[in-house]
Design a protein around this ligand. Structure first.
Ligand SMILES: Nc1ncnc2c1ncn2[C@@H]1O[C@H](COP(=O)(O)OP(=O)(O)OP(=O)(O)O)[C@@H](O)[C@H]1O
Length: 308
């Protein structure tokens, strides 16, 4: 039995006269003990999915089970079995670190001592500040406390909605290390993120855009299924360069990628042909080299083809 099984889940919102199709028939499965990432930009529908799976929001159609329990019929059972860390922290700002943790333990009718082993490695990092109010903690510390609070009742499945948004790079890395440790302790983890670079830290991912899942698979499978050649190109005038590239009929797509533009060629890439074209358009100085595709390249490609 899957830890999470989602079938054709649909959620719409009314906004004045408009209908927003936030989740448009999404299906996926998460195996027990898996670290599964839902990757997509703001507004893709990640939060709506998490709120439905944690029984805080009713689906319009379709359904899902979490640890075998139905998200509509068995909502009470699910609330006992899942841990949920919403995007904006659910901490009580006026309670101290310690008080927050005890509060969350109490609402789940457990105690901090009972499940301490699960949170120990994370909690020791914030323990020196245990009498500090949550509102006065740094972003990274708040994140650790929120994770402890979501874990204190030893959930079977842990849902983390954009846990690393707005967190510095060092804390982000530490956070992913913590997630991998938790997975080793047998907890199934669903995590959402807008950061493509975090995809490679998951066992499997679903790439999402505008309420739909475009593909699921291991990060490796997704990269392998990308059968295009990419050239990275850089010049003095990056804006002008992109315009010139986009006008060229030999390319499939071109987009900014860090300090370079990535260019997907229609045929096998040929640096020489590109150099000639760029020289003829005033970019003889361009630096051109072949690169291996990343998940972000796959995402750009999928977005272009499935959501024109
Ligand atoms: N209560 C609501 N009423 C109206 N529209 C909503 C509501 N909640 C979400 N939406 C819209 O539904 C779409 C999906 O939102 P959702 O929050 O699920 O996406 P997300 O991927 O989590 O993005 P974000 O990171 O911005 O939260 C967005 O267009 C959003 O504006």
């Amino acid at each position: 039995m899957s830890a999470v099984a989602v079938h054709n889940l649909v959620k719409q919102y009314k906004s004045g006269k408009a209908i927003i199709e936030a989740v448009q028939g999404v299906s996926f499965d998460v195996a027990r003990g898996e670290l599964f990432g839902i990757i997509g930009p703001d507004g893709a529908g990640k939060t709506s999915i998490f709120r439905m799976l944690t029984t805080l929001l009713l689906p319009d159609s379709g359904g899902a089970t979490v640890d075998g329990s139905d998200i509509v019929k068995d909502y009470q059972a699910i609330r006992q079995k899942v841990g949920y860390m919403p995007g904006r922290f659910s901490l009580y700002q006026d309670l101290t670190v310690e008080e927050n943790l005890h509060f969350f333990a109490t609402i789940f009718k457990t105690s901090v001592t009972e499940n301490y082993t699960l949170i120990k490695d994370i909690y020791v990092q914030i323990e020196p500040f245990k009498t500090r109010k949550a509102g006065k903690l740094s972003g990274g510390m708040k994140q650790k406390l929120a994770l402890c609070c979501a874990l204190i009742h030893k959930p079977v499945v842990l849902f983390l909605d954009e846990p690393t948004t707005g967190v510095d790079a060092v804390s982000r890395k530490e956070f992913w290390d913590m997630l991998r440790n938790l997975r080793q302790q047998g907890i199934t983890i669903l995590v959402s993120t807008p950061y493509m670079d975090e995809a490679s830290l998951c066992d499997r991912v679903a790439l999402m855009q505008k309420g739909k899942i475009m593909t699921t698979g291991t990060p490796q499978q997704i990269i392998q299924s990308f059968n295009h050649n990419i050239l990275a190109v850089k010049a003095q005038n990056m804006y002008g360069l992109l315009q010139v590239l986009k006008q060229w009929n030999a390319i499939e797509d071109a987009y900014s990628f860090g300090e370079y533009h990535h260019v997907i060629m229609k045929e096998r890439y040929d640096k020489k042909v590109m150099r000639q074209y760029l020289a003829s358009t005033g970019y003889a100085d361009a630096d051109i080299h072949a690169v291996t595709p990343t998940i972000e390249d796959c995402f750009m490609q999928l977005m272009q083809h499935k959501h024109d």
